[in-house]
Design a binder for this molecule. Structure first.
Ligand code: PBG
Length: 340
């Protein structure tokens, strides 16, 4: 048996039929072979909410499946993260309203919830990084990230508070300081403060491009600032209309000593993540924020989308946009799904 009879042509001009993009998609093995981006457990950062008390896990109505944990329970969740291979967690406090004041002074208390949580976690888990948020909103009676004078969020006095807050967290064992306040000059001031006080090794993940977004609603419920917030954050967080401005913010943060950049929210700002990655080649992260989480959960609860597929697709989108990792409330569940 020979194949002498098969029609072939040696003329280059008529070899190519229509280009068939579907050939590579025909088989599962082939799809796997040509896949450009992959989500791995190493890409996940898990935000965890902490409250006071003992043996408590309190549901958050607008974030189904997410809880505020007392420190002992939060430690268990971080142990779970360690077992799953999740590289880092981000801790956020729900501060007792009685402890909130004009200046957010509880942020500087070396025995506040975040510090207690950092110490408790460090005592038993060593191989998960702890990221702590630097901003005053969980501690202020007005719910703003900085100090309020009249109706202005004053910059430089706020930065001074934020440096002290960062030092307080570093002393409690935080590995990564994540300023989310959007005050000018805070990354440099925090870097300087850390270096001066023996915390040269503590990293800074800058919320470089943090937008004044409508997608933070459920988070503000979770940390109890939705009721307290007076006005909005548009004089410090970025205008969702802007993109070049994000590059300037990131450039400043890099110059001031940021080790990693973050974009927030995530999905509506994938273009920003891509621009930052292409421009600076820095470790770049996105925060799939509470409102994005809630949208997926709400649609899934209505049976309108396939929950697991939507979650995985949403996270893969961040990889495609150039992100090195994603802060996501789905982290533990996804780590279980995709394994190590
Ligand atoms: C605090 C902070 C916010 C979030 C993270 N850190 C809220 C805000 O800026 O009002 C939002 C995270 C989320 O929505 O999941 N500065």
């Amino acid at each position: 048996m020979t194949n002498d009879e098969l029609p072939i042509s040696l003329s280059a001009s008529d070899v190519a039929g229509p280009i068939r993009m579907r050939r590579n998609r025909r088989h599962d093995w082939s799809r796997r072979l040509v896949q450009e981006n992959r989500l791995s457990v190493n890409d996940l950062i898990w935000p965890i909410f902490v409250r006071d008390g003992d043996n408590q896990s309190e549901a958050i109505a607008s974030m189904p499946g997410v809880f505020r944990y007392s420190v002992d329970q939060a430690v268990k969740q971080v142990q779970r993260a360690a077992r799953l291979g999740i590289p880092a967690v981000a801790l956020f406090p729900y501060t007792d309203p009685a402890l909130r004041d004009e200046t957010g002074s509880e942020a500087l208390n070396s025995n506040n919830l975040i510090c207690k949580a950092c110490r408790a976690v460090k005592a038993v888990v060593q191989d998960v990084g702890i990221i702590t948020d630097v901003a005053l909103d969980p501690y202020t009676s007005h719910g703003h990230d900085g100090l309020l004078e009249g109706d202005e969020i004053v910059n430089d006095a706020s930065v001074e508070m934020l440096v002290r807050q960062a030092l307080n967290q570093a002393a409690a064992g935080a590995d990564v300081i994540a300023p989310s306040d959007m005050m000018d000059g805070r990354v440099g001031a925090i870097r300087h403060g850390l270096d001066q006080n023996g915390y040269q090794h503590v990293q800074i993940m800058a919320y470089s491009a943090k937008y004044a977004s409508a997608f933070y609603g459920p988070f503000r419920d979770a940390v109890g600032s939705s009721g307290t917030l007076k006005g909005d954050k548009r004089t410090y967080q970025m205008d969702p209309a802007n993109s070049d401005e994000a590059l300037r913010e990131a450039e400043l943060d890099i110059a001031e000593g940021a080790d990693m950049l973050m974009v927030k929210p995530g999905m509506p700002y994938l273009d920003i993540a891509r621009r930052l990655k292409d421009t600076f080649q820095m470790p770049t992260y996105a925060y799939q924020v509470s409102g994005e989480f809630a949208m997926i959960e709400a649609a899934a609860a209505n049976g309108w989308i396939d929950r697991e597929k939507a979650i995985l697709e949403s996270l893969l989108a961040f990889k495609r946009a150039g992100c090195d990792g994603i802060l996501t409330y789905f982290a533990a569940e996804v780590a279980e799904l995709i394994g190590q």
